[in-house]
Design a protein around this ligand. Structure first.
Ligand SMILES: C[S@@+](CC[C@H](N)C(=O)[O-])C[C@H]1O[C@@H](n2cnc3c(N)ncnc32)[C@H](O)[C@@H]1O
Length: 213
């Protein structure tokens, strides 16, 4: 694991993201995570774990939890949350969504929360996530997505600025379109809004998909 300081963008993001997102967690996002992640089983991969908002919501049905986080500042904060992990085995890995350091078919469950907005090559990351998922294994997704109508226009206009201040985040990401063209088949989907002001206007999709590789 590299202990360097990370890029300027990563350092800035690690300073403000946890406090801002804590407001959405307190306003109901923690409950959404708990309900959603209760489905995780067996050996599980959490991609882009950040400072660990999802970590306490994996149940003891997860035997091993592998957390991939490339931002050194967030990884440091994540290390402080490991007492919340219920899996008997766990590991924090400095990795990259495009080249995950695991053999094919390594995981029963893979999960990403609010990660695909940040990726430059989300199609490649979905292929890579499918590669490490066992055939028939589950992908649990929890992503904010572009709006419709006027909100879509706003998301298009605001994305260049958002991307600069939020370490690459795209408000205009069409995650469901990407998922449709990926090796995963959607089995469950809920359309929600991110809880709490000012995030309330942000559409989210929370659901499950099966690896069909
Ligand atoms: C908005 S944060 C979400 C963090 C956490 N999953 C949550 O729900 O709060 C996006 C996360 O994706 C991570 N990320 C960005 N690029 C990545 C990449 N290429 N591979 C893996 N993770 C990445 C970031 O470091 C960050 O932790």
């Amino acid at each position: 694991m590299t202990d360097g300081p990370g890029t300027r963008s990563q350092r800035f993001f690690a300073r403000w993201y946890p406090d801002l997102m804590q407001r959405a967690e307190d306003a109901g996002q923690a409950d959404i995570r708990a309900r959603h992640l209760a489905r995780a089983r067996g050996r599980a991969l959490d991609l882009g774990t950040g400072n660990g908002f999802s970590v306490p919501h994996y149940t003891a049905a997860v035997s091993e939890l592998v957390m991939v986080e490339p931002n050194p500042g967030l990884r440091k904060q994540l290390q402080r949350r490991t007492a919340d992990i219920r899996a008997t085995a766990w590991e924090i890995v400095d990795g990259d969504a495009y080249a995950l350091p695991f053999p094919d078919a390594s995981f029963d469950t893979v999960s990403a929360s609010l990660v695909f907005c940040s990726l430059d090559r989300p199609e490649a990351a979905l292929d890579e996530l499918a590669r490490v998922t066992k055939p028939g294994g589950t992908f649990l997704f929890h992503e904010h997505v572009r709006g419709t109508g006027l909100l879509r226009v706003l998301h298009e206009v605001a994305t260049p600025l958002q991307s600069r201040i939020a370490d690459g985040c795209h408000l205009n990401r069409d995650f469901l379109g990407l998922l449709d063209r990926s090796p995963f088949e959607v089995t469950e989907i809920e359309h929600l809004r991110m809880p709490g002001p000012p995030a309330r206007i942000t559409p989210m999709v929370v659901g499950a998909a099966t690896a069909c590789n």
